[in-house]
Design a protein around this ligand. Structure first.
Ligand SMILES: [Zn+2]
Length: 423
């Protein structure tokens, strides 16, 4: 798709970008005051800012809704192979009803005893995704059309690729590094769920898929349940025989009245998100369907909340002589990666080496990390610069793209240190 080029990019803008890349104050200015470790920052091999930004924008330009990622996957496959990486494509698309597959990308190393570390990001973006136009203003990329920029998750994907290319070009010794690029993340982590990981021999990894501050990591998340309630009442003519009907909307009103919703506790939430039903104003409403969810870092707390919601619907249905059908699905499971584990130690050490704050965060949001952890592949989420995601104001700064690539590169290099060697 042909889209607007921003000033400073593309064929005519390369030199301007190079000028910006050589302005080292740009990223360092973002470092906190406590920053003292300038030596290790300087020791990090360089990342190529122009290449990184161009990759980010190329990805954003390609329309890539969930289950419709074929174009971006094909483009990435060719691009990554041309960059000298080993690229495999799986058959996930057909399994999940999409047209794009996951990519498994390798940068082979020369240190067989080093842990096999992976980076991960997803291809699909939330909609609308078509006809993107964008601008860079004061070093921040934003959409100027009605379309979402796509920083979620290209602000993770592009830096992950750049970290691998910078490592490759550095000539430094390292173990095998893998990049897992998934499809259909936004609609329920479907690509990651379909990805066969056990034969890859991976030890741990970083999923680049949450917002700032860069340097922090998500190590603890919630379990997420999805619920659907269908109330079956009884239709009747609203004018002639209203007493013969059972109004499903009234049943819902009774059920929802006094239902605990919103923030239930510090780490437990519940929401009724979608309601649909009724056939006409002259018909006593025969049925209503409600889609809902609940999340918690504590499975007992989550179970209690889900039971509460189900009981409220069942009690209301009984009271009115209606029936309720309940579908309950454990959408994904929580994980908690202790601070003492290797992957967290590596992430925090790398973050500190760049003068960043290696804070460990909890989130009630999900990512592919939930799936990989449940498959026995320990991983944590690395923060990127993506901001105001899933809204039209979604944006990311050039400086954060560069900083994320540096952090990913620092994690890869840290993994290659002797102290993490597998016996
Ligand atoms: Zn994402």
């Amino acid at each position: 798709m042909s889209l607007n080029m921003i000033p400073g990019l593309g064929k005519s803008g390369t030199s301007r970008m190079r000028a910006a890349a050589s302005n080292s104050g740009m990223t360092r200015a973002r470092l906190p005051a406590c920053y003292t470790d300038r030596v290790s920052l300087q020791a990090l091999p360089p990342v190529n800012e122009a290449r990184l930004v161009q990759l980010f924008l190329n990805l954003c330009e390609i329309n890539s809704p969930s289950l419709g990622e074929a174009d971006v996957v094909a483009w990435a496959k060719q691009h990554l192979r041309a960059a000298g990486l080993e690229v495999h494509e799986d058959g996930a698309g057909a399994k999940i009803g999409g047209n794009g597959n996951n990519l498994i990308v390798w940068l082979r190393g020369t240190m067989p005893a080093a842990p096999k570390v992976f980076l991960s990001a997803h291809f699909d973006t939330v909609e609308p995704t078509e006809e993107l136009a964008y601008e860079e203003q004061d070093g921040v990329f934003r959409s100027t059309s009605d379309t979402i920029l796509g920083a979620d998750d290209y602000a993770g994907l592009a830096p992950a690729v750049e970290a691998m290319l910078a490592l490759k070009e550095s000539g430094l010794a390292h173990g095998d590094v893998c990049l897992l690029l998934s499809v259909a993340e936004e609609i329920g982590l479907k690509g990651a769920a379909a990805l066969e990981t056990h034969d890859l021999g991976l030890d741990f990894g970083f999923v680049l898929d949450t917002g700032p501050p860069v340097g922090s990591f998500v190590t603890r998340t919630a379990t997420h349940d999805k619920l659907e309630f269908t109330i079956h009442g009884k239709p009747a003519h609203a004018g002639k025989d209203p007493e013969k009907g059972i109004n499903a909307i009234q049943v819902v009103a009774e059920a929802v009245h006094g239902m605990r919703l919103g923030r239930i506790g510090p780490e437990t939430t519940a929401n009724l998100g979608i309601i649909a039903g009724g056939t006409g104003t002259n018909v006593v409403c025969p049925s209503v369907t409600i889609k809902a969810e609940a999340r918690s870092t504590s499975v007992p707390d989550l179970d209690a909340q889900v039971d509460h919601m189900i009981q409220k619907f069942e009690a209301a249905a009984r009271e009115f002589g209606a029936t309720v059908e309940v579908t309950h699905d454990r959408h994904y499971r929580s994980y908690e990666i202790p601070e003492s584990t290797t992957v967290v130690k590596i992430g925090q050490t790398a973050s500190r080496s760049l003068g960043l704050d290696p804070a460990l965060r909890t989130t009630l949001g999900g990512s592919d990390a939930n799936v990989y952890n449940s498959k026995g592949l320990p991983c944590i989420v690395m923060a990127t610069g993506m901001t105001d995601i899933h809204t039209h104001d979604e944006h990311v700064s050039r400086a954060d793209l560069v900083l994320t690539a540096k952090l990913a590169l620092a994690c890869l290099l840290e993994t290659a240190k002797d102290e993490y060697r597998k016996s």
